[in-house]
Design a protein around this ligand. Structure first.
Ligand code: SF4
Ligand code: SF4
Length: 283
């Protein structure tokens, strides 16, 4: 089963839900948690452990200056402006390249070959006996979050139970994380901003045709508008976590609520069962 945890904005407690769900499930079986928030991965802070790290690369062109006759064909072909053919050299702008491979094909001198360029890493660890953590990290300055997310999810392809923690927002990295999921948990908080961003996140899940349910985090009890929105859009509120200074303190020191307060394991176990019901996945 593939489960995604998403939210329309950062700071709603998305990672808290993902970590607590994974921790709870790891007490009874095997679960893989994938940190797809590759620009700011943070799940390893809650689940430290020695990791095996591998590079994620993409192909970019390398010019053989001896073979190149400066014909200009590659510069004309590249629609992204990543190649500029001057009177005495060819300039390559890596940040503009989309790794389409087209320049390699059009070069009449076969002077272009593809070489790997690192864009980030995938770290795999086992911080708890029943829990595998896969962390995608985008290199600073690289704009290519999607290939890192794809590589992180691919690493978990054979695992039976996978929880993917998405980046906040509704852009391409979120779509890449959610695509193909059996169900999605949308985490929100009972503020006007929280509701606005829940609407955006719910729209993404609906467009991808992924069954979704809602977790209200840091609830102050004034959740009427959130419930009304959920009712109007056929979304179930699966769990409400109240605002509590002790919970915030646990979170701030990198603790896990369901480990420090084991009574919460039942709530997260029930949340998972609700997701399974939404997804139509049998036990
Ligand atoms: S197409 Fe090939 S030969 Fe022509 S400028 Fe580019 S690298 Fe050089
Ligand atoms: S691989 Fe594609 S995007 Fe990159 S430089 Fe070549 S033609 Fe341009």
């Amino acid at each position: 089963m593939r489960l995604a945890v998403a939210s329309g904005k950062g700071g709603t407690g998305k990672s808290m839900v993902a970590v607590n769900l994974a921790f709870t499930l790891s007490q009874a079986g095997q679960v893989t948690l994938v940190d797809c928030d590759v620009e700011e991965p943070n799940l390893h802070l809650f689940l430290p452990g020695e990791a095996e790290i591998r590079d994620v690369t993409r192909p970019v062109p390398a010019i053989d200056t001896d073979a190149c006759d400066l014909c200009g064909r590659c510069g004309e072909f590249c629609q992204f402006g990543a190649l500029s053919v001057l009177a005495d050299s060819v300039l390559f702008f890596s940040e503009l390249c989309h790794s389409c491979g087209g320049c390699t094909l059009v070069c009449p001198q076969a002077a272009i070959r593809e070489v790997p360029e690192r864009i980030g890493t995938i770290a795999t660890s086992t911080p708890l006996p029943g829990l595998k953590l896969i962390t995608g990290t985008l290199d600073t300055g690289s704009p290519l979050a999607v290939p890192i997310i794809r590589a992180a999810r691919e690493q978990a392809r054979r695992d039976p139970l996978v929880i993917c923690d998405s980046s906040p927002g509704t852009a391409c990295p979120v779509v890449e994380t959610l695509e193909g999921s059996d169900a999605c948990i949308l985490v929100t908080e009972s503020t006007p901003f929280g509701l606005h961003d829940l609407e955006l996140a719910a729209d993404v899940a609906a467009r991808l045709r992924i069954p979704a349910g809602v977790v209200i985090n840091r609830s102050d009890g004034n959740d009427r508008e959130t419930h009304e929105f959920c009712d109007a859009h056929g979304l179930e509120v699966l769990l409400t976590v109240p605002f509590d200074r002790d919970f915030a303190a646990i979170q701030n020191r990198g603790g896990i609520l369901s480990r420090e307060r084991p009574e919460w394991q039942e709530a997260f176990a029930t949340l998972f069962e609700e997701c399974r019901r939404l997804a139509g996945v049998a036990r």
